[in-house]
Design a protein around this ligand. Structure first.
Ligand SMILES: *Cc1c(COP(=O)(O)O)cnc(C)c1O
Length: 421
């Protein structure tokens, strides 16, 4: 038996949707790596594994609402090809600012003077520190020298910005007086105070921390990195008001109202949008950030800004249902149980979803889903589209809170095939 031609084998893999040059590569490797008899099967396996390594939509059945590995907040992508007035002022016909359209909307939502959008919250904090404190000291509580996943460490970010970290207080207790002493000291040159939300951990017991209102008279800008991106603690976009699991999560609007000069937060955590970072607050400080050379490196593209504008509209309309993250967060457990029952596979179980994304580390949200015997996670991952589930004690758990109801038929038939011998 002669090996098939590379081209013929590549063309037989066209159904995978991979571009032809990749299929040619796969065909070559498959021919070279074993017997002629099984080359067709090998090529299929290689093409499938190549497809799985590419970026694609997945069904998140983990119950982790903001799953860092699955892109945090779900957000639709737009495919329409079009120019936009990204940096064009339609009123004057002159070059405009890409920050003005959307920045203004977020300033309004935060009830503050100004806002700009950058690539993520890490970029926001880096830019603020570079613009306001380069060559000078940044006062931060020893209890807030946070590391967020993915290598974001507050001390290193400050150092990278060309500023010096000046630690105040202790690990468990920091008071306003600690900040005041640093500002008054002739040994340090405090340019700003930074309060960092302990997003992914908690210090409990004999503790005390400083709130923005405590630093109102500090005399230097107070910058709050709230990370999570909750816009307004009152959640006016949810018919039922703030869910109980939000507990004491800091919100941008209230943090600014309490006296913070700037807040930094993520676009794709509790804000529920695409990956982005927002800097909002005093107009002169936001302008200093926008004018800093790093702002050019951290600026988002038009696709992100369009998404952020759509998100801002939903918040202005108080339409939480239009925001995929809040839609899934607000699903009631009874509906989830009804959906789980309709699957008619496995056992309907009550579960606990978690917010995830390095937010609200101790919070659980009541949920429901399906439990199946055995570890089916690998089989489910190889499904098209891939399904990501959890396994515990040799049982597979599918949490329906994070699954869009439009995916129910797909998920249901995938589970039924996975349990069939
Ligand atoms: C998540 C988080 C960040 C990093 O945000 P990204 O948008 O992922 O860059 C920074 N600070 C705090 C407090 C956070 O919770």
């Amino acid at each position: 038996m002669r090996p098939p031609s590379v081209d013929k084998l590549a063309r037989s893999l066209a159904h995978t949707g991979l571009p032809h040059p990749l299929l040619v590569e796969i065909a070559r490797e498959s021919i070279a790596s074993g017997s002629v008899e099984t080359v067709a099967e090998r090529a299929e396996v290689n093409a499938a594994s190549r497809s799985r390594a590419l970026l694609q939509p997945v069904i998140n059945a983990t119950g982790t609402l903001l799953h860092t590995n699955l892109g945090r907040a779900p957000w639709p992508s737009s495919t329409q090809a079009a120019f936009s007035n990204l940096e064009f002022d339609l009123a004057t016909g002159q070059r405009g600012s890409r920050q003005r359209h959307v920045g203004t909307l977020f300033a309004q939502l935060c009830e503050t003077e100004a806002a700009i959008i950058v690539n993520n919250c890490a970029a926001a904090v880096t830019l603020v520190t570079a613009a306001l404190a380069s060559g000078r000291d940044v006062a931060v509580s020893r209890g807030e020298l946070v590391e967020i996943g993915g290598g974001f460490r507050v001390p290193e970010v400050i150092e990278q910005s060309g500023a010096r970290l000046h630690e105040v207080g202790t690990t468990n207790r920091t008071r306003a007086a600690d900040f005041e002493r640093a500002v008054a000291s002739s040994d340090v040159d405090v340019a700003m105070a930074m309060l960092v939300h302990q997003s992914n951990y908690k210090i409990v017991g004999f503790t005390q921390s400083v709130r923005p209102a405590d630093l109102a008279d500090l005399g230097v800008p107070v910058v709050c990195d709230i990370g999570s991106g909750l816009l307004d603690a009152a959640c006016p976009w949810l018919a039922g008001g703030p869910p109980v699991w939000l507990v004491d999560e800091p919100a941008a609007k209230q943090t600014l109202a309490a006296g913070a000069d700037l807040v930094c937060f993520s676009g794709d955590k509790l804000l529920g949008g695409p990956q982005a970072g927002i800097i909002a607050g005093r107009a002169d400080l936001v302008a200093a950030c926008a004018a800093h050379p790093l702002a050019r490196a951290f600026r988002p593209g038009g696709l992100v800004l369009q998404s952020m504008q759509a998100l801002a509209f939903s918040y202005l309309e108080r339409d939480g249902d239009a925001i995929p993250f809040w839609r899934m967060a607000a699903r009631n457990v009874t509906d989830l149980r009804t959906r789980a029952t309709s699957y008619q596979v496995g056992e309907v179980v009550d579960m606990s979803s978690v917010p995830g994304g390095g937010t609200l580390p101790t919070v659980e949200i009541p949920s429901a889903g399906v439990a199946l015997d055995g570890d089916l996670t690998s089989a489910l991952r190889s499904h098209q589209p891939p399904i990501i589930a959890r396994v515990n004690d040799d049982r597979t758990f599918v949490d329906l809170r994070t699954v869009d109801p439009t995916d129910d038929p797909t998920l249901r038939s995938a589970l039924q095939s996975a349990v069939a011998p």
